[in-house]
Design a protein around this ligand. Structure first.
Ligand code: 13P
Length: 250
């Protein structure tokens, strides 16, 4: 079945009120590309502002806590994201798995909390450089998928993002053959676990996607979209990626 292309900007810890105009420009330019789903995940501080300024736009968080409320200083709960106007959240980004010590079990709990709060989820997986070089990338990523996916969910509520850690922010990208091998392996694992629903789940690629390489990466087999960091911060860099997705969607 045809899966709609999904292009998501992860602004990471970038952007304040000065970036509102950039988000407006991105969604204005994306609007004619009706064959592509577009979302921006700004810092928590901008979610409410962007959701209010851009009704109908998909705005997401970059993380959430697994609990709905409580004594967790500095954390943000999934229902709070919903309250602020988010409809989506990223969980399990490598900058949280590695930087904040999040385990597969933590990521699974966050994904379950997010789905329970009514959010859709982008669940990130990806291998470090040493694992890629040792030939263990597919096993590593499939173990993350097995350990961090919730037990049950609707196929249209959760997407997986394959982000090789060594490709994030480095300008390095895997070969198309390696991307297809990884996405195919993830799809096969999903099919084993969830049957036909695996054909409906979107698997995004992330890591140094830009306007030049987007068509090739987004055109690869089993690549249903892109999770974009640096090149999502400005309309000038992000819109060509959205346009490349639209071109492929036809
Ligand atoms: P870059 O696009 O900056 O490499 O970041 C990718 C990423 O981590 C998106 O979540």
């Amino acid at each position: 079945m045809a899966r709609r292309k999904y292009v998501v900007g992860n602004w990471k810890m970038n952007g304040g009120s000065a970036a509102i105009g950039e988000a407006e420009a991105i969604f204005a330019a994306a609007a004619p590309h009706t064959s592509v789903d577009v979302a921006i995940c700004p810092p928590f501080t901008l979610i409410g502002t962007l959701a209010a300024a851009l009704p109908g736009a998909t705005i997401g968080g970059q993380d959430c806590h697994h609990a709905a409320s409580g004594a967790f200083t500095g954390s943000v709960a999934a229902p709070m994201l919903v309250d602020a106007g988010a409809t989506l959240v990223i969980v399990g980004h490598s900058e949280r798995r590695d930087g904040c010590g999040e385990t597969d079990a933590d990521v699974q709990a966050k994904a379950e909390a997010a789905l329970g709060a009514g959010l859709t989820v982008i669940l990130c997986v990806g291998e470090p450089r040493a694992v890629r070089e040792s030939g263990g990338a597919i096993d590593h990523v499939l173990a993350q998928v097995a350990g961090s996916l919730p037990a049950a969910f609707a196929a249209n509520r959760l997407a997986i993002a394959y982000e090789p850690i060594w490709a994030i922010g480095t300008g390095l990208v895997p070969t198309v053959a390696d991307v297809e091998a990884m996405h195919g392996a993830i799809r096969a694992a999903l099919a084993t676990r969830f049957g036909g629903a695996a054909q409906e789940m979107r698997i995004l690629y992330g890591g140094s996607v830009n306007g030049e390489n987007a068509a090739e990466l987004l055109g690869a087999r089993d690549v249903d979209g892109a999770l974009v960091g640096g090149a999502s911060l400005t309309a000038g860099k992000f819109v060509p990626i959205i346009a490349a997705a639209a071109e492929l969607a036809g």
